[in-house]
Design a protein around this ligand. Structure first.
Ligand code: CP
Length: 335
């Protein structure tokens, strides 16, 4: 494995091997496996889990890490090609990213969607340009429409819980005060499809996932023997569900239009996961969410604080699977 940018770059066998390695490292720690190796972490957006789980995981493998939060104690970094840099940004990523890659053995980058041009975001234009500047292994720590580390952690969480491959997995849109990116819903629907699950995307009108995201997930479902469909009928979607994966995302029918988004979601305050959502699911149906979550807007206290909720297991598994990714990328590689 040279880089970890998208689950779709890897076969089912490669993902299974990563998950097995994560399990092995949990059971048989290797505190010197990455001694002398350095992980660089470049963030253009905030993080709690990604930043801390990568640092902790690298330390547990004997390596070290440094964190750059662009513009926060560092120069503001320009990402636009051809920009006339007479504003606040003092340095372009075309210089800054290769500089950082000199100092480390693997570089993680987090750069969220622009949120105004859907085609640009779907093409991951800015993120791809940055990764092309790095001659070392690169890890996607969340890009415009992908979050493979979260997806791998969620896959492991379902395996840890013993969930059957063909379980019904409902990715449900939930409310939030403002539009959020498509990275997690896109990565999640693809991951569940690749795991061979019966995947239902439940979302209100105006929030359908873009065709390109559904097509990618459908191809994964076809290949893994699972199914994929979408609906806005909550009762029908939730009937028989084994997992409800709650996630917030922005209006896609008027992508980037904050006024329309606000108007639409003002009528959707009942899209907050409550106990009543589980009346016709399987009795042991799980609630998943990548975190951070807005309590009593996206998911009610009564659900987050119940035994259904596996959000802490998901967060814990961010570290276990990222350790497997780091181990695969770096152990045995010459510095
Ligand atoms: N789930 C996740 O990526 O969390 P952070 O944004 O806190 O890193």
């Amino acid at each position: 494995m040279h880089s970890f940018l998208d689950l779709a770059d890897h076969s089912g066998e490669e993902i299974a091997a990563l998950l097995a390695l994560a399990k092995r490292l949990e059971q048989h720690p290797e505190p010197q496996a990455l001694a002398g190796k350095i992980l660089g972490l470049l963030f253009f957006n905030p993080s709690l889990r990604t930043m801390s789980s990568f640092q902790a995981g690298m330390a547990r493998l004997g390596g070290s890490s440094f964190v750059i939060s662009a513009g926060n104690g560092t120069w503001q970094l320009e990402t636009r090609r051809g920009a006339i840099m007479d504003g606040v940004a003092a340095e372009h990523v075309r210089e800054g990213v290769p500089v950082l890659s000199h100092y480390c053995d693997v570089l993680g980058i987090r750069a969220f969607a622009g949120g105004t041009n859907l085609n640009e975001d779907l093409a991951e234009t800015s993120f791809r340009e940055m990764t092309s500047l790095v001659a070392k292994p690169v890890i996607n720590m969340e890009s415009a429409v992908n979050h493979p580390c979260q997806a791998l952690a969620d896959w492991k969480t379902m395996d840890d819980l013993g969930l059957p491959q063909r379980a019904k997995f409902v990715l449900s849109w939930v409310n939030h005060p403002r539009a959020l990116p498509l990275a997690v819903p896109s990565a999640t629907v693809h991951m569940a499809a690749m795991r061979g699950m019966d995947v239902v995307v439940l979302r209100p009108e105006g929030f359908a996932l873009p065709d390109a995201i559904m097509a990618k997930a459908r191809a994964a479902a076809d290949s893994a023997g699972g199914t994929l469909r979408e609906t806005s009928n909550r009762a029908e979607a939730l009937a028989g569900a084994q997992v409800v994966y709650a996630k917030e995302w922005g209006c896609t029918s008027h992508y980037g239009n904050a006024d329309v988004d606000r108007e639409l979601r003002s009528k959707l305050i009942d899209w907050c996961v409550r106990d009543s959502w589980f009346e016709h699911t399987l009795a042991d149906c799980r609630l998943m969410h990548c975190l951070p979550v807005r309590r009593n807007v996206a998911v009610a206290d009564e659900v987050l604080d119940s035994a259904r909720s596996v959000v802490q297991r998901e967060a814990y598994n961010r570290m276990t699977v990222q350790m497997a990714v780091l181990h695969s990328l770096l152990s045995g590689r010459q510095t």
